[in-house]
Design a protein. Structure first.
Length: 111
């Protein structure tokens, strides 16, 4: 297949569109689900393949106290002990730090 083939160009266009769509959804979720009162607790979401023990260790080591697991083991609800917890959690590998009530409303339709 030549380098400038139309199929290759369409493939790269599709990849760019998919990346932009996923990135946009991520940014919308990150802004819309932002915790309103972080001192009351936040839900820390890690990658779906993260086991519960690892998620707990990373969420707590960023500077928080464990409250409970979310609907899935890669979601941990914690109460932050430090003001910059959100940035620390992202440094520990969190994908999202969100309002636990908003997240539970979003996940209530899942089995």
């Amino acid at each position: 297949m030549p380098i400038d083939s139309p199929q290759r160009a369409r493939f790269f266009d599709a990849v760019i569109i998919i990346v932009m769509a996923v990135g946009s959804l991520y940014m919308i979720a990150r802004v819309a689900l932002q915790p309103r009162h972080p001192a009351d607790g936040v839900a820390v979401v890690f990658a779906p393949w993260t086991n519960g023990a690892s998620a707990l260790v990373h969420a707590v080591s960023a500077g928080a106290r464990f409250v409970r697991y979310g609907k899935r083991p890669f979601i941990v609800v914690v109460v932050p002990d430090v003001a910059d917890y959100e940035s620390r959690a992202f440094g520990e590998g969190a994908l999202l730090v969100v309002d636990p009530q908003a997240l539970s409303a979003c996940l209530s339709v899942l089995p």
